[in-house]
Every structure is written in C-alpha cells, then in structure tokens.
Write a protein that binds this ligand. Structure first.
Ligand code: 5GP
Length: 189
C-alpha cells in the first residue's frame, strides 16, 4: 500500500493487436490491477464472469448508466462496454495502478477526468498481420471478423490522441518498452 495515488493505465488498439496479451502481462506485477469492465456481449469460450468481464443484461447496463456507475462507457461492435467507477477509484486510492483495456471512444471520455492517466495505443506491424492474427484466433465468425476489420482503420486514426504509441512487432520488445514507459523498469530496451 502506498501513500501516493495510483494511475489509470489506458490500453487501446485495434482488434487482435496484442493489447490483451500486454495487459495480462502487466497485471502480473504486484500493485497493478485490472479494471474488469461490464459488457452486454456474450462470454467467449474460456471467459469467466467477474474475471474477464461482468457479463450483464442490457437492462442492468442501462441501470448502471443511469446511476452514474460508469467512469466511461461506449457501444463497440454493437454491444455496450463500460468501466466501473468504484472499482477504479478503489485501486488508485490504495496506490495501485489499474489497467483499463478500453476502446478509443472510452479513452476519449477519460481525457478530462482529472485522474492520473497514462494512455497507450498498441499498433499491429501491418493490417495484413492483424487480419491473420484475428483469423488464427478462431474465436469469431466470418461476419464478426468482417465487422471488426471494418472499424480497424477508424480506430487506428485515433492512435495520435494517445500519449504513447507502441508497435507490436515483437511482443517481448514491446512489453519492455511499455514497462519502461510506465516506470516499471529503468534500463533502456
Ligand atoms: P472484446 O469484445 O473483444 O473483448 O472487446 C471489444 C472492444 O471493447 C475492445 O476494443 C475493448 O478494448 C473494448 N472495451 C472493453 N471494455 C471496455 C470498456 O469498459 N469501455 C470501453 N469504452 N471499451 C471497452
């Protein structure tokens, strides 16, 4: 527990850019939490309610919107996603950093939120490699893949709004770069 307030570490990037692998590594550190978002989409194979997301009904989500329970929320790929305010405040008030894996709309809502914020955008080395990674993942139908690819260009156009842009050409190299940005490691990478 630290006397200093922790930070919100916002991680965004197009689908299959490697941002999930990145945050999973970051939260292995002591003092780094993950913000479990609420969503109205269905769980994918292997996902656990309360660990990956809070999977909720559209009605529950709207109630939380009305109650102001979200620090930010947005509609992505036709489903609602939101960051639970109480969870984030709890982490940073005890001095922990908390990672938010959220889309560009949500990140835009946090810019003026008055909380300590570090924003990172994960870029794939190329669109072709991103498409290949998405197909290799095998978790989406062809229709879902096409829907996700159609918004990649738009998402990428927001990269410049982030404090840091990192390219996932080599995962370990990128991870080291991010740890340096966050002050988790001091040596040059
Ligand atoms: P997925 O369905 O692949 O888990 O996530 C789809 C998109 O929703 C990703 O771009 C992810 O970053 C975004 N997302 C996940 N949680 C949140 C959230 O709480 N708020 C916002 N704005 N986007 C989120």
């Amino acid at each position: 527990m630290s006397s200093e307030r922790g930070r919100l570490i916002v991680v965004s990037g197009p689908t299959a850019s490697g941002k999930s692998t990145l945050w999973r590594q970051l939260i292995k550190r002591e003092g780094v939490d993950f913000s479990v978002s609420a969503t109205t989409r269905n769980p994918r194979k292997g996902e656990v309610d309360g660990r990956d997301y809070h999977f909720v009904t559209h009605e529950q989500f709207q109630t939380w919107v009305a109650e102001g329970a979200f620090l930010e929320w947005a509609e992505v790929h036709g489903k609602c996603y939101g960051t639970l305010r109480a969870h984030v405040l709890q982490s940073i008030d005890k001095g922990n950093d908390i990672v938010l894996e959220i889309d560009v709309q949500g990140a835009g809502q946090l810019v003026d939120c008055d909380l300590p914020l570090v924003t990172l955008f994960v870029l794939p080395p190329s669109r072709e490699i991103l498409e290949q990674r998405l197909r290799d993942r095998g978790t989406e139908t062809e229709e879902q893949i096409q829907r996700r690819l159609s918004i990649v260009e738009k998402e990428m156009s927001f990269a410049g709004d982030y404090q840091h842009q990192v390219v996932n050409d080599d995962f370990e190299r990128m991870e080291a770069e991010v740890e340096q940005i966050l002050g988790y490691r001091t040596e040059a990478c």
